[in-house]
Design a binder for this molecule. Structure first.
Ligand code: ADP
Ligand code: MG
Ligand code: MG
Length: 210
C-alpha cells in the first residue's frame, strides 16, 4: 500500500471514527485525572477535520496534515488542541511536498511531531503525558525503517504497537505536566487520556493501510 494522499485522507477519516468510538472511554480516563473533556475535545476536533476534508480534498499528504493541524488548533481547545496542532503541523513540514511517504519519511514525521509536542508542552518521558506514547513510537518506527527494506505497513504497525504499550505504561506514573499533575501521587493508577488518543491516531494509520 502506497502512503499517498488517498491513504492520508483515509487515515484522518479513521481517526475521526476512532475518536467517536472511544469518546466515552477518553472522557472516563480524563474524569479520573483531569476534567472529563478529552473525549469530547478529540471527537469535536476530528469531526471538524472531516468537514474540512469534504470541503476540498488536499493534494499532498503534507497539505492534508497541515489542514488537520489548523483545524485541531481551532476546535479542540484545552491542552490537547495546541499540542496536536503542533504535532500535525511539524509532521506536515517534515514531509514537504512529497506525494508518497516511505518508511524513513514516516519515522522522521513522527519524530518531528513528537519534538513539536515537547517544544510546546515541555514534558519529558515519564511525566505521564502523550509524550509517553509518541516517544516509543518514534523509536520503534526508526528501528523498523533503519534496515532500509522495511515495508510501509511494518513501520506503521511498529509505531502503533509501541504507542499502545507506551500508553499502558503511563498507568503507574505520577503526572508532572497538565491537569493531572494537580493530583500529584493520586494520579498514579490511571492511564493518561492523551497517550491513549495518541495511540488511537497511530493505530488508525495502520488500519488505513490494511
Ligand atoms: P485539558 O487538560 O486542558 O482538559 P485535554 O483533556 O483535551 O486538555 O488533554 C489532556 C491531555 O493532554 C493529557 O492526558 C496529556 O496527555 C496531554 N498533556 C497535557 N499537558 C501536556 C504537556 N505539557 N505536554 C504533553 N502533553 C500534555
Ligand atoms: Mg481534559
Ligand atoms: Mg479541559
Amino acid at each position: 500500500m502506497e502512503l499517498d494522499i488517498a491513504w492520508t485522507v483515509k487515515w484522518l477519516q479513521l481517526c475521526a471514527e476512532a475518536m467517536a468510538e472511544h469518546r466515552v472511554e477518553l472522557i472516563e480516563l480524563d474524569r479520573a485525572i483531569g476534567d472529563s473533556d478529552h473525549g469530547e475535545n478529540m471527537d469535536r476536533g476530528f469531526q471538524a477535520v472531516l468537514a474540512k476534508l469534504a470541503d476540498g480534498p488536499p493534494e499532498t499528504p503534507s497539505a492534508a496534515l497541515k489542514l488537520t493541524a489548523m483545524t485541531l488548533m481551532s476546535t479542540v481547545g484545552g491542552a490537547a488542541g495546541p499540542l496536536y496542532g503542533t504535532a500535525f503541523l511539524r509532521a506536515a513540514t517534515s514531509l514537504g511536498d512529497a506525494a508518497r511517504i516511505d518508511p524513513p519519511a514516516w519515522a522522521a514525521a513522527l519524530a518531528a511531531a513528537r519534538d513539536g509536542i515537547v517544544a510546546r508542552g515541555k514534558a519529558e518521558p515519564g511525566d505521564k503525558t502523550m509524550v509517553d506514547a509518541w516517544t516509543p513510537a518514534v523509536d520503534a518506527a526508526r528501528n523498523a525503517a533503519d534496515g532500509g527494506n522495511a515495508d510501509n505497513l511494518a513501520v506503521l504497525v511498529a509505531a502503533a504497537e509501541a504507542a499502545e504499550a507506551g500508553a499502558v505504561a503511563t498507568d503507574p506514573m505520577v503526572a508532572r505536566k497538565g491537569r493531572a499533575s494537580y493530583l500529584g501521587e493520586r494520579s498514579a493508577g490511571h492511564r493518561d487520556p492523551g497517550a491513549v488518543s495518541s495511540a488511537l491516531i497511530l493505530r488508525a494509520a495502520v488500519e488505513a493501510a490494511a
